[in-house]
Design a protein. Sequence first.
Length: 394
Amino acid sequence: MNAVVTMNPAFNAPASSVFGATNAGDDLTGGISGGYGLLRYRGKVWAIHYRDIEQQLMRPDGDGPMGSVEIVILKANPALSKTWYENGWDESSSNPPDCSSADGVRPDQGAPKKQSTICATCPKNQWNTAPNGGKGKACGDHRRLAIVPAADLRNEVFGGPMLLRCPAASLQDLAAFDTKYKQAGYQYFSMVVKVAFDPKESFPKFIFSAVRPLTDDEAAIVVQLRNSDIVSRVIADASLSPAPTTPPVEQVTFERAPAGAPVAQVMAQQPVQPVAQPQPVAQPQPVAHPTAQGGPQPSGFGGVAQPVVQNVQQAQPVAQVQPQPVAQAARQMTAFGGAVTQPSTPAPQPTVQAVAQPVVQPVAQPAQQAQAVNPTAFEASLDDKLAALIGTGS
């Protein structure tokens, strides 16, 4: 079924005249790691991979991952690229494929397990060879796109143009989108494009929509980037690179810090006063863990906001945490939106010193003293009373 694309009313005006002499020689409809960043996805979560650091893209308010990104597609490889995994693709792994082809014609030179000398006749590139028994191919197709965030076309913080792999399930939608706007006079690189995940599908399938045409100033930057060497490497780099997914990361809960509050602090423990009478023991108050050091840091993708880790109940004895330079997940605002940085190595644990708390011993209450009874004295008293009664009666 053909994809249906609805034109955005903002595209009723002509495209920027700067693009007049620029032709899209690498038509997006044709043919269905070397120092640059990657815009990746695992499931339906976007992430930036740059210099061995993963940053999940989060909503600006920190309430969950971003559902879409706004980008400018600079250039695309006119041929479909291919990747094959001997044991099947695993979204929890960032290992490179066992065989790959950037141009879709022959395996890359560095492929460790080439399956054929030519992709067209490779047995893994045939239909009905999917490892799950489906009708697909064991060797997956995708299109390499060189992109930049719309909010920061230079993107110097993350090395400039980045790689985005358009999955096979989204290639027809990408082609339909390109054809629709090209008929209206807009090349795909002359506009801001919003890329979201199709909510009707359980797997990552892209939905493309046009946001607005680029201005003349933005168009001049895009033309310069399209002719750069790094864009050529992004769309045709034959070096092995990991799958377009991110490894699992631990969930981190963020809280908004009070305005003007210091980023790193340790809350003082309240001493327990001994009591004379047994009292219900007060429950310890939640103690906030120290946050990562440092305040907002400017970058091409926006300021950095450090997280506050959710309060945790402390057990006795209360541990006093000494602040240490600990590498923790940090939430920062980028041109794509908020991001959570995952440290490449486990963070050192803070030094914990146990502080002995005053031991409250229950004060024994004066016991009720039992009245001592002397049997001999009691019997003598009865005899005296009987004698008095008898004497009175006589």
